[in-house]
Design a protein. Structure first.
Lengths: 259, 314
């Protein structure tokens, strides 16, 4: 549980196009690391390399190293399916499986890789995951109903419950609140603060207040110019990034003097 | 302003001529379908009526309408259902291969090929089945009757010409395969990327992703496409008329020489030489086919609606 991630000189490509260049960072366990930056700077792309989702795009590849504790995620013979089962992901738009009930959505990951669980064990895990996602009270009476009948914020918490049901080591969140109203956003942010007690959380966000509220460490991504690759400008403790950043570009961005 | 419980008077909304023309046009098109359907049903009923009321010995075969239509209905159902049983899983597998496994170039070529196959007229399939396929099945069916003869389907004795229900079923299956594949492939292609990624991010393999996201999403399309194919197989006339050597009654033996005909093929073969009550009898069998097709379609709709709230359309 809650492993450290270490990235060394990571270059990320789409075919021949270098999208992100030279990222090195260490992500501490039991903390929230926020990645901020302008649109198109590659922060989501970078996030997707951490659980090897990036390579699902035809022609996409990476150069460099990503370690989770001592395990090299991109070493020869590492099964990306295994990596993804150890690293949970929550997406920008809530995406519960529309053809499954609330219960089956949470249990979806557990039924993979032909794991066999007893019904009572499954019930326990589903309840525990929904409780951890602060959703249990709202859905406990309608577990067999379709997940798509929930509100957007509830659906996103359902997706979080689905991701943590398999007890991942790391939880990646790609702008998890961008499609939600402020109240649902607050619920997810509170949830992040609870979850970081047990998980390593990396969140991509466009909302700087959100980064300031929930994260311990913030990384700022930027584009050097049009057509140039994105890069990690700096990464530091959130309080420091938002008060006395060491780079001019960071200061311009967080104070709104961008470009 | 005082609160009032009265209903507000409906506001006059200005109507645009374009809206009115289009709504009139689409309403008309909708009504036209109903009129055509009702017209066909009325025609069948009126023309079949004399045979429904005629004494049993006047009907072709001399044993009454039910006994005349029953073997035909049986032949129709057994050929269509077996064709569907062969074609539907194959179509789903082909569609999956095209959308998820084949390299892009190959997938494209295969897609075109499937669409092309769907456009081949049924008489061509019939000729192919009669000329090419039927003789080729003689040896295999002999083997089937010797080794799997305990199954009623392969009881034998095998036909010497190969013009059996077995061949008719294969021809029908080949005929409906492209249409089912085309519809199912289109549905699979529209699986939301979001759901595929949701399952992959949970650590699903590609097959698990397909089972979790793609197949459930395409489920109603699979049922719909199968019904489309079944409808085509039920009504297929020429291919069956050419292939099948008809001489028998109701039998599950698919490889023998005595096969029941199908309703559509029987109408096509008998109609030119029929007069009077015989024509009414044939039309009565057509009425049965019409009813069966309606029932099949309604059943398919019921199957799809049963899990409507899980369809993802809400």
């Amino acid at each position: 549980m809650a492993k450290r991630i270490e990235v060394k000189d990571l270059d990320i490509y789409y075919d021949k196009f270098l999208a992100v260049q030279g990222v090195s960072m260490t992500i501490q366990p039991r903390s929230v690391t926020a990645l901020i930056g302008p649109s198109g700077c590659g922060k989501s792309t970078f996030l997707r390399t951490l659980n090897r989702m990036h390579e699902l795009v035809p022609g996409a590849r990476v150069d460099g190293k990503v370690f989770m504790d001592d395990q090299d995620l991109y070493a020869n013979g590492v099964d990306p399916v295994k990596v993804r089962s150890q690293i949970g992901m929550v997406f920008q738009r809530p995406n519960p499986f529309p053809t499954m009930s609330i219960y089956d959505n949470v249990a979806a990951g557990l039924k993979l890789n032909s794991k066999r669980l007893k019904r009572s064990e499954l019930d326990d895990i589903v309840e525990r995951s929904l409780r951890a996602a602060n959703l249990w009270e709202e859905v406990k009476d309608r577990l067999p109903k379709p997940g798509s009948g929930l509100s957007g914020g509830q659906q996103q918490r359902l997706c979080i419950a689905r991701a943590i049901a398999v007890q991942p080591d790391v939880l990646l969140m790609d702008e998890p609140c961008s499609a939600l109203d402020p109240i649902s956003t607050q619920a997810i942010e509170d949830l992040m603060l609870e979850l970081k007690e047990r998980y390593t959380i990396v969140i991509v966000t466009h909302n700087m207040q959100q980064a300031a509220r929930v994260s311990d460490v913030t990384g700022f991504f930027n584009l050097r110019g049009v057509g140039q690759p994105g890069e990690l400008v700096e990464i530091d403790e959130t309080t420091k990034i938002f008060s006395t950043p060491s780079k001019k570009a960071t200061e311009d961005y967080i104070s709104g003097r961008f470009g | 302003m005082a609160l009032s419980t009265e209903r507000p008077s409906p506001r006059r909304v200005p109507q645009r001529p374009g809206d009115r023309i289009f709504s009139g046009f689409s309403t008309g098109a909708g009504v036209l379908i109903l009129v055509a359907l009702a017209g066909v049903a009325a025609f069948l009923l009126v023309e079949a009526w004399p045979s429904l009321t005629a004494p049993a010995e006047d009907i072709s075969g001399g044993e009454g309408l039910v006994l005349y239509v029953w073997p035909l209905l049986f032949g129709t159902l057994i050929s269509a259902v077996f064709a569907l049983v062969i074609a539907a899983p194959l179509a789903v597998a082909i569609a999956l291969f095209i959308t998820y496994y084949a390299p892009r170039r190959l997938a494209q070529a295969l897609g075109y090929l499937i669409d092309l196959l769907a456009a081949v007229p049924s008489i061509i399939y019939g000729l192919w089945g009669f000329q090419q396929l039927a003789p080729l099945t003689v040896d295999p069916t002999t083997w089937l009757s010797e080794n799997l003869g305990f199954l009623p389907f392969f009881a034998g004795p095998p036909s010497a010409t190969g013009r059996t229900m077995f061949v008719a079923i294969i021809v029908l299956a080949v005929m409906i395969l492209p249409i089912i594949t085309a519809v199912v492939r289109e549905a699979f292609r529209q699986t939301p990327r979001l759901h595929e990624e949701a399952s992959l991010a949970l650590g699903a393999t590609r097959w698990e992703m397909i089972r979790m996201a793609v197949l459930p999403f395409g489920r109603s399309s699979i049922v719909g496409a199968s019904m489309l194919g079944l409808g085509r197989a039920l009504g297929e006339t020429m291919a069956v008329a050419i292939v099948l050597s008809v001489s028998g009654g109701v039998t599950f033996n698919l490889i023998g020489s005595g096969n029941p005909s199908t309703i559509a093929a029987n109408i096509a073969l008998q109609f030119p030489e029929s007069t009077g009550l015989q024509v009414n009898t044939l039309i009565a069998s057509g009425l049965v086919l019409f009813a069966i097709t309606l029932v099949v379609n309604m059943a398919a709709r019921a199957v799809i609606n049963r899990r409507k709230e899980f369809s993802g359309a809400n």
